[in-house]
Design a protein around this ligand. Structure first.
Ligand SMILES: [Zn+2]
Length: 130
């Protein structure tokens, strides 16, 4: 298994690159160009935007965290097995147009009122950023 070290997204740069309404930038599916989310929806989980994980089969994914992803639909039941984020269950997320697996939706199990109830972890390789 070759582990490729990818350059982390620079959050400062992303925030500075936000533009006025009407020129809002979008993040699209690499396969079909469907609008999946927006840089404005980027968030941090455990103090970081991007996280690198391996699944039980040894596949390595680098994901970025987003509060919303209107172009990502859940295609599985929630599971808490092998969860990458303790306290969260996950569902497989697919592009709403082409059906490609583009990430996961993480939902907090028994969320305290003050904490975000869910976020999307999207596979950075599967997306094109502005
Ligand atoms: Zn797509």
């Amino acid at each position: 298994m070759l582990l490729v070290c990818r350059q982390a997204i620079d959050e400062e740069t992303r925030q500075e690159s936000e533009t006025a309404p009407g020129e809002e930038k979008v993040v699209v599916c690499r396969l079909c160009s469907n609008v999946v989310t927006r840089p404005a929806h980027q968030t941090t989980v455990d103090s970081a935007f991007s996280h690198t994980f391996a699944n039980p089969h040894g596949h390595v994914f680098e994901i970025g965290c987003f509060t919303r992803a209107e172009g990502c639909v859940s295609v599985s039941r929630p599971s808490s097995e092998f969860t990458w984020f303790p306290g969260y269950s996950w569902e497989i997320g697919a592009c709403s147009v082409c059906g490609a697996h583009i990430g996961w939706k993480f939902s907090r199990i028994n969320p305290p009122p003050s904490s975000p109830g869910l976020f999307y972890g999207l596979i950075l390789d599967k997306l094109i950023f502005p």
